[in-house]
Design a protein around this ligand. Structure first.
Ligand SMILES: CC(C)(COP(=O)(O)OP(=O)(O)OC[C@H]1O[C@@H](n2cnc3c(N)ncnc32)[C@H](O)[C@@H]1OP(=O)(O)O)[C@@H](O)C(=O)NCCC(=O)NCCS
Length: 173
């Protein structure tokens, strides 16, 4: 039998995580899936505004960027969102970027970016589940490590998910 494709494995993993979370009778049922072009109308920018400066992005510009990145089929960008199905709203976002290397036998390093949970949905374990989803994407894509930058106050949050303090971040803006 032919092994299922990476994209199929990712879809399965997100489905399992969604089922697992919702079986536990959480305060809010969440569906984890890849970013969809329709998420522009599900409050995607309202969500991102809780993370950083968003700018005044039109639907046209969003769609242009979406089509360039192609989140449904991209082998580089794994953009995972959580949807409150009852309200048809995007309530969290996390991105895994797959960096292909020549070193380490042509290995893949995963970079975690843009983790955000809408404040109305905080402290319900959604952020933790989102990190689990990204870890699963990393496993499926054979990442030898996952790395991320965060504020010092978030060390316990990431620490609970197995991330350890390592070195410092340097930025040039
Ligand atoms: C950081 C962030 C992603 C956490 O999201 P979250 O959904 O609240 O995360 P969780 O619910 O999984 O965990 C948060 C806390 O709630 C607790 N918690 C988890 N499930 C819970 C539940 N069912 N009931 C009560 N508390 C719960 C966790 O123990 C955790 O405790 P801590 O604050 O001591 O770490 C979110 O606050 C956020 O988006 N912040 C703004 C943007 C940001 O800083 N992003 C990170 C960039 S690096």
């Amino acid at each position: 039998m032919e092994a299922s494709s990476t994209l199929e494995q990712e879809a399965q993993a997100l489905k399992h995580l969604t089922e697992k979370r919702n079986r536990g009778a959480p305060k809010t049922k969440i569906t984890f899936r890849k970013l969809d072009i329709g998420d522009f109308d599900r409050g995607y920018y309202e969500l991102l505004a809780n993370l950083t400066v968003t700018g005044d992005v039109t639907r046209e510009r969003f769609e242009e960027q979406f089509n360039f990145i192609s989140p449904a089929t991209s082998h580089t960008y794994k953009i995972i969102v959580g949807i409150d199905d009852e309200k048809d709203k995007v309530v969290c976002n996390g991105t895994l970027i797959l960096e292909k290397k020549f070193a380490r036998n042509c290995a893949t390093c995963g970079h975690i970016e843009d983790i955000v949970v809408h404040p109305d949905y905080g402290k319900q374990g959604i952020g933790g589940d989102l990190l689990t989803a990204l870890s699963e994407m990393g496993k499926i894509n054979n990442c030898y490590k996952l790395i991320l930058d965060c504020a010092e106050k978030l060390e316990p949050f990431y620490g609970r998910q197995g991330y350890k303090y390592k070195g410092i971040q340097m930025a040039k803006i």
